[in-house]
Design a protein around this ligand. Structure first.
Ligand code: AHR
Length: 805
């Protein structure tokens, strides 16, 4: 017996040793420095500016007054009446004195009595107005008066509570017709909580105001009607190769009447259309088509204009009425590139830019797809190519696939998903058809489990970007989205750059974008990454759930090797079950979900369980989908579910969730749906990393958890230097054996820039703007073969000087 025991231990020890040795083997990265592959397109890393989150109005566009033209509402939104002493009067929005046909509303200030007090209107900007002491600000306004009003208006910059006047001035005396006044206000001190106050000087009468604008003189490149210098500087530091603008869904609009039309955004400011943005606010178009082109030029970036293709989110233009939309595209190109004596080029010249802007890319629509899109794409394609064959056309890749009725030069793909998705998709482009269209990844970001922009998200995006760089013979452009967000007007999470009236900071993702932009190579070097991955050992409790569906469950049992680990008993209601979302109740031996949650779950049991069979009966009561059967449940944010009748009750698939984010599927999904009112037998068997799922006794899935790759690398050459980008997405540091092949000489001293932090969930903030930011240091001991330790959750750029054969 003893001898048998000893003997039987041998294979176990051998297996254990093999495992330890395997685990201890460092990963390797091999760079073939003497075998340059393709040239990396210099267009690769750009930015996508969308008017979302008040990125433009209230953000990059330096206008400091909210609702300057009073077009936002029937109420004086953003404006308040100031009254003190025995002053008496009121304000309202008035349509009887329009400034022009585009500016139907004005602010009417009725002064019944000024008396010994003060009457006026105040604006506090976009949830805060900041001024810097000693810097001049230009106040411009249109005003007229009646009912006996005589004299100018008093204007001042004050602290928000009015306790201190920072700067003051007087406009010209008002007339009965609209006239413009301009006053320079130079605050004596810096204030982050400021208001502009406009007060009548006359004792009584009526005053109308319109186009009340306050601009810093210190704008980016000192341009009038320009951009906030601090925000533009953040963009400049990304050295974008291109700027895609102005959206996004903003270009599409909810309906065509609210779609973005560039011709409504040029010329004199008060003539531009003010219209409601799909992201919930009004756009002045002060940052109009011309200003976008100017921004591109000032950033040294190629303009990439997204034009509405006659399709909005909820409606579209009939084909026979498409001509003006196609003409818009031709005219946009003429405005940007045409000679100063051309119809549209002359408007550009009149706006102060006789030289062409060299618009090279035009994108036909945003996220439009299907037959409606394809036929419209063809209209644009034919018209643009006939007149401007050199302008590159970008097509959408959206529902219904890409257009096939006309050539596609560049295809725009968008990805918003979990960190796991981006890690998995780091190899996505390895298999793309080299004879197909070039790819532009126009929008991408980790949006699940990303906090408001954390390190984990940034690391996963960096891993994905190594795949883009490696495949930059196919993927020629990429841009993160969205770019900018005012923290008080967020319509999307996360975003790359956050700001308020006076402050700005970049997320860890910002620093990833910057790292890649700062370290563009010219030629790609073939790079091989080898990593030994231990098979995953999933474990956890069990549960049930529902997605937009009402369902009930009974006879829930967990067994292991003939032994019952758990058996449902609802005599004491849902006691012992943990609920997350949904409306759950238990009675008559049934657990029932009657709400309409997106993924409401109820789970029970031991999070340490492994190797078991879960069986139960399930019945759909109503709703859009089928059942969610949970296993390997760690807690409410970490679990795996078998989604039966998911995807609108069309498919079954196994999905894994980590930290609340969908980590993707285990194995393939299959067609299938669930009937209402019928009891189904469900069984899930888990054995180590293997999962088998049965529905009514039929095996539906046999799948295995895969250990996700955690090491990603790409290398390039630039001016005698090798740039090696390494991403470690693991929660532990990884020592990596690096082999540089084909170099005749290597400088042992190089540099390494590391982006990391203590925890994957760490973020930057106004208080700690560079908590997660790259740090550069010298790297010694570089040789043909050397080992480098890459910290947990890190993005690394190693620069090596060396000559190749
Ligand atoms: O980037 C935010 C939005 O995401 C864009 O408007 C749209 O194109 C996408 O769906």
């Amino acid at each position: 017996m003893n001898a048998f025991r000893k003997l039987s231990l041998v294979p176990i020890v051998v297996m254990w040793l093999a495992r330890v040795l395997q685990a201890a083997q460092p990963a390797t990265i091999t760079v073939q420095a003497d075998r340059p592959a393709h040239q990396i397109p210099q267009s690769l890393w750009g930015i996508f500016f969308e008017e979302i989150n008040r990125a433009g109005d209230g953000g990059l566009y330096a206008e400091m007054i909210l609702n300057r033209s009073f077009e936002d509402s029937d109420k004086p939104e953003g404006w308040e009446l100031i009254k003190s002493g025995d002053a008496d009067g009121d304000i309202s929005i008035d349509t009887t004195h329009p400034l022009n046909e585009h500016n139907g509303r004005a602010l009417k200030l009725t002064i019944r009595r000024r008396g010994d007090g003060r009457l006026g209107v105040a604006n506090q900007g976009f949830k805060g107005m900041a001024v810097r002491g000693g810097e001049p600000y230009i106040l411009t306004l249109q005003a007229c008066a009646d009912d006996g009003y005589q004299g100018p208006l008093a204007v001042s910059l004050e602290t928000r509570d009015g306790s201190q006047v920072l700067a003051s001035g007087i406009t010209r005396a008002l007339a009965r017709r609209w006239e413009q006044s301009q006053v320079i206000l130079t605050p004596r001190q810096t204030s982050h909580d400021t208001r502009l106050v406009i007060s009548p000087t006359a004792a009584r009468g009526t005053v109308w105001l319109d186009m009340v604008s306050l601009f810093p003189t210190n704008t980016f490149k000192n341009r009038p009607n320009g951009l906030r210098a601090d925000l533009a500087q953040f963009l400049l530091e990304l050295q974008p190769a291109f700027v895609r603008f102005p959206g996004g869904c903003w270009v599409e609009g909810e309906r065509m009447e609210l779609a973005y039309r560039w011709k409504q955004t040029i010329g004199e400011l008060s003539q531009r259309r003010n219209h409601r943005n799909i992201w919930g606010y009004y756009s002045t178009h002060g940052l109009g088509f011309h200003e976008y082109l100017q921004l591109c030029e000032d950033l040294g970036a190629q303009p990439l204009f997204v034009i509405n293709c006659g399709m909005a989110h909820r409606d579209h233009v009939p084909m026979e009425q498409m001509l003006p939309y196609v003409q818009d595209a031709l005219d946009a190109i003429e405005y940007a590139n045409g000679p100063p004596d051309s119809q549209w080029g002359s408007l550009r010249a009149r706006a102060g830019h006789p030289q062409p802007f060299n618009l090279k890319y035009i994108q036909i629509g945003n996220e439009n797809g299907g037959p409606l899109y394809h036929e419209r794409y063809a209209l644009f394609y034919d018209a643009i190519k006939a007149k401007y064959p050199d302008v590159k056309i970008i097509a959408n890749f959206w529902a219904g696939g890409r257009p096939t009725n006309r050539p596609v030069e560049i295809l725009d793909e968008h990805y918003y998903s979990s960190a796991a998705f981006f890690l998995r998709n780091a190899s996505r482009y390895d298999s793309y058809d080299r004879g197909g269209p070039k790819i532009y990844v126009g929008e991408f970001a980790v949006t699940q489990g990303a906090g408001t922009g954390n390190l984990r998200a940034a690391v996963a995006e960096a891993a994905f970007m190594t795949g883009i760089e490696r495949n930059s013979d196919v993927v020629i452009m990429a841009s993160y989205a969205p770019l900018l967000a005012h923290v008080s007007y967020k319509a999307w999470n996360p975003d790359l750059i956050y700001f308020d009236a006076s402050r700005v900071y970049g997320t860890p993702s910002y620093y990833v974008q910057k790292l890649f932009a700062d370290n563009r190579g010219q030629v790609l070097l073939p790079t091989d990454v080898q990593q030994t991955l231990n098979p995953p050992q999933p474990k956890g409790a069990i549960g049930v759930g529902a997605w937009l569906t009402q369902a009930e469950y009974k006879d829930i049992k967990v067994q292991r090797e003939g032994q019952t680990l758990f058996e449902s008993d609802f005599t004491r209601g849902i006691e012992g079950w943990t609920i997350d979302r949904g409306q759950w109740e238990a009675s008559d031996g049934l657990l029932r979900q009657t709400g309409n949650p997106r993924g409401g779950i109820a789970f029970a049991g031991d999070p340490g369980w492994s190797d078991y069979t879960l069986s139960l009966k399930a019945r759909k009561l109503g709703g859009a989908e089928g059942f969610l059967i949970l296993f390997h449940v760690g807690d409410a944010r970490n679990y795996t579910w078998w989604n039966i009748g998911g995807w609108g009750n069309t498919r079954h698939g196994i999905e894994q969730f980590a930290d609340g984010a969908n980590n993707g599927r285990i194995g393939d999904s299959v067609n299938g749906s669930i009937e209402t009112g019928r009891w189904y037998d469900v069984q899930v068997q888990v054995q180590g990393a293997k999962v088998r799922c049965y529905l009514d006794g039929t095996l539906i899935h046999e799948a295995t958890y895969q250990a996700p790759r955690t090491l990603f690398a790409t290398a390039s050459r630039d001016d005698g230097q090798i740039i090696l980008k390494v991403v470690n997405a693991a929660n532990q540091p990884q020592p990596v054996a690096i082999s540089l092949q084909g170099l005749t000489s290597i400088d042992p001293v190089g540099s390494i820039t590391v982006l990391t932090s203590e925890n994957a969930t760490d973020e930057n903030s106004f208080d700690q703007p560079t908590r997660v930011a790259p740090v550069q240091r010298q790297l010694d001991g570089i040789a043909e073969r050397f080992t480098c330790d890459f910290p947990a959750n890190s993005v690394n750029v190693v620069r090596i000087k060396g000559a190749s054969k």
